[in-house]
Design a protein around this ligand. Structure first.
Ligand SMILES: [Zn+2]
Length: 295
């Protein structure tokens, strides 16, 4: 039996991104701990965050995993600057005001990995450039020198935006090693039918600012990057791994997602069927994509 430790920036990311893989692990009898880093708001939002933590406990337990809440403060309550789509997401690099948080998060995550005697660690790739996801990625580097296997998951639903996962590797400073030929068609955010893009936008000004930032990032993206199988950051290589499972595990993931009562309609749309319609890509199986650090 192994212990898998999955780090989630917010109260939902690990289940959204790795829910099917987690369902497979726990069915096989492995121990899975899901540690949410930014699990606190401020005093005015304490009731809201208490409810969200309760929702997370239900979602994580639905997958037979164990929830842990690390108690760091969510971005909008650390700095009021982070209040809408264009300020929270689309960061190319970690903003300097979050360096101190990243150092503290790194210490805590490293200690938890020792505490639970983890056999493998999972972190967000930070596709989409959410400042909190970037903090967790930056903090995860502390574990690169250890012997515990390190993996990254593609953040869902952000990674559904064409090019966002490849863009993230480039923005992490990675160079492409091997790639399959693949076509990618980056588009304007407002032309994509992904509910979170609309629902996270505050107003027209936020939409325009987001489109401008997005277009600038797309212009720097190499189109071959969409088919990359291996990325390299200095002497560390990261290999793409597709986890393809029967749709029964997708159903378990959807059942868990439904516990995030206030989050899922914003992310996927008002109808429960919208969750499946957004996530499902194949009829008979379901795929999640991970990147494994090859030391
Ligand atoms: Zn998140």
């Amino acid at each position: 039996m192994s212990t898998y430790l999955v780090f989630s920036p917010h109260l939902d990311d690990a289940v959204l991104s790795c829910g099917a893989q987690i369902a497979v692990w726990t069915e096989l009898g492995h121990h899975v701990v899901i540690a949410t880093v930014f699990s606190e708001g401020n005093e005015a939002h304490s009731t809201q965050y208490a409810r969200r933590r309760a929702d997370d406990e239900n979602a994580v337990r639905a997958l037979n995993a164990v929830p842990v809440h690390l108690g760091f403060t969510d971005a909008p309550f650390r700095n009021a600057h982070y209040h809408n789509f264009s300020t929270l997401l689309l960061h190319e690099t970690l903003p300097p005001d979050s360096l101190e948080t990243a150092a503290a998060v790194g210490l805590r995550m490293h200690a938890l990995a020792q505490e639970v005697q983890a056999d493998a660690l999972y972190f967000p790739l930070a596709a989409g450039g959410h400042v909190d996801h970037l903090v967790v990625f930056e903090a995860s580097k502390r574990c690169w020198a250890d012997s515990i296997p390190v993996n990254y998951y593609q953040d869902l639903p952000y990674a559904l935006v064409p090019g966002w996962a490849a863009m993230r590797w480039q923005q992490h400073g990675a160079s492409m090693e091997y790639a399959l030929k693949m076509d990618m068609h980056p588009t304007r955010l407002q032309d994509l039918s992904l509910a979170f893009l609309k629902n996270y936008m505050e107003d027209d000004a936020d939409l325009q600012a987001s489109e401008t930032q997005h277009a600038a990032q797309v212009s720097k993206l190499s189109l071959a990057a969409a088919g990359a199988l291996t990325w390299k950051i200095s002497h560390h290589t990261f290999n793409r791994r597709r986890v393809c499972v029967a749709t029964t595990y997708l159903q378990q993931k959807i059942n868990a997602i439904r516990y995030y009562a206030t989050e899922w309609p914003v992310l996927f749309g008002p109808a429960e069927q919208d969750i499946e319609n957004t996530l499902r890509t194949n009829v008979n199986d379901y795929t999640e994509i991970y990147w494994t650090l090859n030391r």
